[in-house]
Write a protein that binds this ligand. Structure first.
Ligand code: ZN
Ligand code: ZN
Length: 667
C-alpha cells in the first residue's frame, strides 16, 4: 500500500454526452498524462480514445465506480489552445465538447497505427514561381495591414473583385512564414480552394497544405499529422473545418470572402461559424487577423465603424477599373408589351446574341435548381407534395423524376394527377434546367452548359465545366449561386439574372444584405481585364431599393443598421434558434407549451415562438422553432449556460421522443 495521492483525469469522449467523465490515472503514467493527451478508456463497456481535458487530485463528484485509464497513446497530443478552443465552441455554440471532438476528428478514431501517407513530390522539379509584383496601392495597403497586425488589431480589407487582395495575403503570409509560424488561410468553398491552390502551390510549394471535407480521410490525416508534429511552418489553405487542426503555433489567420454564409455549419452539431471560430483561434495564439471581401458583412463593417477593426480599402482594380453597365428589365411590363419569349425578354436575348457573336461569353444566373420548382394539375389545381416532408416536389426533367430537395426522395414523373385522375400535371416556375432548355431552343448553335448541385455532383464534372468555360469552349453557362463565388472568367462579358426577386423571398432578415452581396459578386465575375461587363437583371419588382443601391455602387447600410437596432437584430442582439422535432405532433406541441412557460419566466430572455418553419415536416418529423434574442451584455455567457442546462434537463425529463438543438447565430 503506497500512500501516493490519487490523480484523476477529466476526459472528453467522442460522444454527444452531457456531463463530466473522469478516470483514475494509474501511477505508472502519472507523469505523462496531461491536458491534451490521448488515452484509452472503457466507457459503458466499449473502448474509446479520450482526450484529457484536465488533470486534478480532486475527487470527481459523480456516482458510480471510477475506472482507471487503460493506457496512454503517443498521438494525438493537443496543445492547451486547442483544448481551450474546443471548450469555447461547446460553450458558445451550446453543444457538448464530445461533439466538438467528433467534428475535429472526422475519421472516427485517430489511432497510432495510421499508415504514413507518402509525401507527394509534384512540384520539386518545377521552378518556384514568384508572386506578382505589388502595385503601389497594394504596397500601401500591405504596409498598413502589417502595422495593424503588429499592433494586434484585426484588419478588414475591402477591395473590389480583381483589386488584388490575394497578392496582399500572399505577401503577408510570406512574412509570417519567414518568422517560423504557421498561417491559416480560410475560404468558404471547395471550388474556390481548388482554383487558388494551384496558384499557391507554385509560390509556397511543400509549405502549402490543403485541408477540407472533400478530401479523403488519409489526405486529411496526413495534414493533421504534419501540423501536429510541428515540422512547419506551413500555410494551410482550408475550409471551416481547418480551425480544428492541432496547431501549436499560429502567426496569421486570413479569412477570405469573409461575408460568405458558407462559413456556417448548419448540420450536424457543432453548428459553428468557421469565420467567428477562426477569430477566437487567432486570439488564443496571439495571431494577427486579416479578413477580406468585395462585399463585407454588415457585422464586419459595423465593427470597422465602431473602431474594433481597421478598415483598409482597395478600390482600384488590378487589371482595369471598368465598372459594369447595369440594366433592369421589368418583366411584367415586357410581358404586357409582348416582349417576353418564355422566361427571357427580347432585349435579353438580343444582348446574348450580340455578346456571343463577338466571341464573348454569357453567364445566366438562376437561384433555383431543377427544371421547375413544382408541378401542378391544370384540371384540379393539385400540387404533388413529398410524402414525408411538407414541401412540394421539384420536377427534374432530364431524369424524369419528381424529387424532394429536403429528404432526397424521388418518384417517377407521370402526368396523371393522383387527386383527379386526369393527365393534368404540368411544370410551374422555372429552375436552371428549364432556363438551359429554353435558351438552347432560342439559340440552337450556342454551346451551353449548366452548373448547379445536380450537374456537379462529382468533383470531376465540376472541374470540367469550369475549365471548358474558362478556355472559351462554351458560350453560355447557366447556374445557381455556386457561380457567384470567386471564379475568374476573362471572356465573360454579360451576366444575366433571371427572376432576381427570388433572392428576397426568404425569411432571413439579411435578405437585402445578401442580395446586394450576390449581385456585386456576380458582376465581379466578368469584364476583368480590359472591358466593361454588362449586367441584366430581369425582375418583377424594378423599384426595389437594393437594385438602386447596386446601380449606384452604394453599400451604405446606415438605414438598415438603425432598423436592426430598433427591431433587435444582429449585430445588436445575439440570436439563438431552438429547433424541436418530434414524429408525434401532440407530444411536440405539449413540449412547446411547457417550454414557452419556462422561457416566459427566464430572466433577460426575449423570444418569439413557437412557430412552424416554412417546411414544417421533414422525413416524417414535425418541426417547431423558437427564436431567442439575447442582449449583448456581460452576463450573456451565464444566461446561455442557464438556458442550456435547463433545456437539456427538460428534454431529458419531458421530451418523450423529442429532438432539440440550439443554433447560435443561425443566419
Ligand atoms: Zn388533378
Ligand atoms: Zn421529403
Amino acid at each position: 500500500m503506497t500512500n501516493h495521492k490519487v490523480i484523476f483525469a477529466k476526459v472528453i469522449l467522442p460522444l454527444r454526452f452531457e456531463g463530466e467523465v473522469s478516470y483514475i490515472v494509474p501511477e505508472s503514467i502519472v507523469k505523462e498524462v496531461k491536458p491534451g493527451s490521448s488515452v484509452k478508456v472503457k466507457f459503458s463497456g466499449r473502448d474509446y480514445i479520450a482526450i484529457v481535458e484536465e488533470v486534478t487530485s480532486e475527487n470527481p463528484n459523480y456516482k458510480g465506480r471510477i475506472l482507471e485509464i487503460e493506457s496512454i497513446i503517443e498521438k494525438p497530443l493537443l496543445s492547451s489552445q486547442v483544448i481551450e478552443l474546443w471548450r469555447w465552441i461547446a460553450d458558445y455554440y451550446m453543444c457538448t465538447t464530445g461533439e466538438v471532438y467528433r467534428a475535429a476528428f472526422p475519421s472516427a478514431s485517430f489511432n497510432q497505427t495510421v499508415k504514413r501517407v507518402k509525401k507527394r513530390t509534384q512540384t520539386t522539379e518545377k521552378e518556384r514561381e514568384l508572386p506578382n509584383e505589388l502595385s503601389d496601392k497594394q504596397k500601401n495597403a500591405c504596409s498598413k495591414i502589417s502595422e495593424q497586425l503588429s499592433a494586434g488589431v484585426t484588419t478588414l480589407l475591402k477591395g473590389v473583385t480583381g483589386s488584388g487582395k490575394t497578392e496582399i495575403y500572399i505577401s503577408l503570409a510570406e512574412e509570417v512564414l519567414n518568422s517560423g509560424r504557421n498561417v491559416l488561410y480560410m475560404l468558404p468553398e471547395i471550388a474556390l480552394s481548388r482554383q487558388l491552390s494551384h496558384r499557391l502551390e507554385k509560390i509556397f510549394r511543400d509549405k502549402l497544405l490543403i485541408y477540407h471535407s472533400g478530401q479523403t480521410a488519409s489526405e486529411r490525416r496526413s495534414v493533421f499529422e504534419k501540423i501536429m508534429e510541428g515540422s512547419g511552418p506551413y500555410i494551410v489553405l482550408g475550409l471551416r473545418s481547418a480551425v480544428f487542426l492541432p496547431f501549436s503555433s499560429l502567426g496569421l489567420v486570413i479569412i477570405d470572402e469573409e461575408h460568405d454564409s458558407s462559413y456556417k455549419q448548419n448540420e450536424p452539431s457543432p453548428r459553428y461559424n468557421g469565420h467567428d471560430t477562426a477569430l477566437v483561434l487567432a486570439k488564443l495564439f496571439n495571431a494577427g487577423v486579416v479578413m477580406g471581401s468585395a462585399t463585407p458583412s454588415l457585422e464586419s463593417l459595423y465593427n470597422a465603424l465602431s473602431g474594433r477593426y481597421t478598415l483598409v480599402e482597395l478600390n482600384e482594380k488590378y487589371y482595369s477599373d471598368h465598372s459594369p453597365r447595369i440594366e433592369i428589365i421589368d418583366t411584367i411590363r415586357e410581358e404586357k408589351r409582348g416582349q417576353m419569349e418564355g422566361i427571357f425578354s427580347r432585349k435579353t436575348i438580343s444582348a446574348i446574341e450580340s455578346c456571343i457573336s463577338s466571341g464573348e461569353q454569357v453567364l445566366i444566373f438562376r437561384n433555383r435548381r431543377s427544371y421547375s420548382p413544382f408541378v401542378q394539375c391544370i384540371y384540379c389545381g393539385h400540387i404533388p407534395m413529398c410524402t414525408s416532408c411538407n414541401v412540394s416536389v421539384s420536377y427534374h426533367k432530364s431524369k424524369g423524376l419528381l424529387s424532394c430537395h429536403y429528404c432526397g426522395q424521388s418518384i417517377r414523373f407521370n402526368t396523371i394527377c393522383t387527386k383527379c385522375g386526369k393527365p393534368g400535371l404540368k411544370e410551374r416556375g422555372s429552375g436552371t434546367e428549364m432556363v438551359e432548355e429554353q435558351i438552347a431552343k432560342l439559340l440552337p448553335k450556342a454551346r451551353i452548359a449548366r452548373f448547379d448541385a445536380e450537374t456537379t455532383q462529382s468533383r470531376g464534372e465540376q472541374k470540367r465545366i469550369i475549365k471548358e468555360f474558362a478556355k472559351g469552349e462554351l458560350d453560355i453557362l447557366v447556374g445557381t449561386q455556386m457561380l457567384s463565388k470567386g471564379f475568374d472568367f476573362s471572356k465573360l462579358n454579360l451576366i444575366i439574372i433571371i427572376h432576381a426577386d427570388s433572392m428576397f423571398s426568404t425569411e432571413d432578415f439579411r435578405a437585402g444584405e445578401r442580395a446586394l452581396q450576390m449581385l456585386t459578386q456576380l458582376a465581379g465575375r466578368g469584364g476583368r481585364r480590359d472591358k466593361e461587363a454588362s449586367v441584366i437583371i430581369q425582375t418583377a419588382q424594378p423599384d426595389n431599393n437594393i437594385y438602386r443601391m447596386f446601380i449606384e455602387g452604394n453599400d451604405d447600410f446606415g438605414t438598415e443598421l438603425s432598423e436592426r437596432k430598433e427591431f433587435g437584430y444582429p449585430p445588436f442582439v445575439r440570436l439563438i434558434k431552438i429547433i424541436i422535432k418530434n414524429k408525434n405532433i401532440r407530444e411536440l406541441h405539449n413540449f412547446a407549451a411547457k417550454y414557452t412557460d419556462y422561457l416566459n419566466t427566464a430572466d433577460s430572455i426575449r423570444f418569439t415562438g413557437p412557430f412552424a418553419p416554412p417546411v414544417d415536416i421533414v422525413r416524417g418529423e414535425h418541426i417547431l422553432n423558437f427564436l431567442i434574442k439575447l442582449p449583448r451584455t456581460k452576463d450573456v455567457r451565464s444566461v446561455k449556460r442557464a438556458l442550456y442546462d435547463h433545456t437539456v434537463k427538460m428534454v431529458k425529463n419531458e421530451g418523450h421522443g423529442l429532438k432539440l438543438w440550439f443554433d447560435v447565430d443561425p443566419y
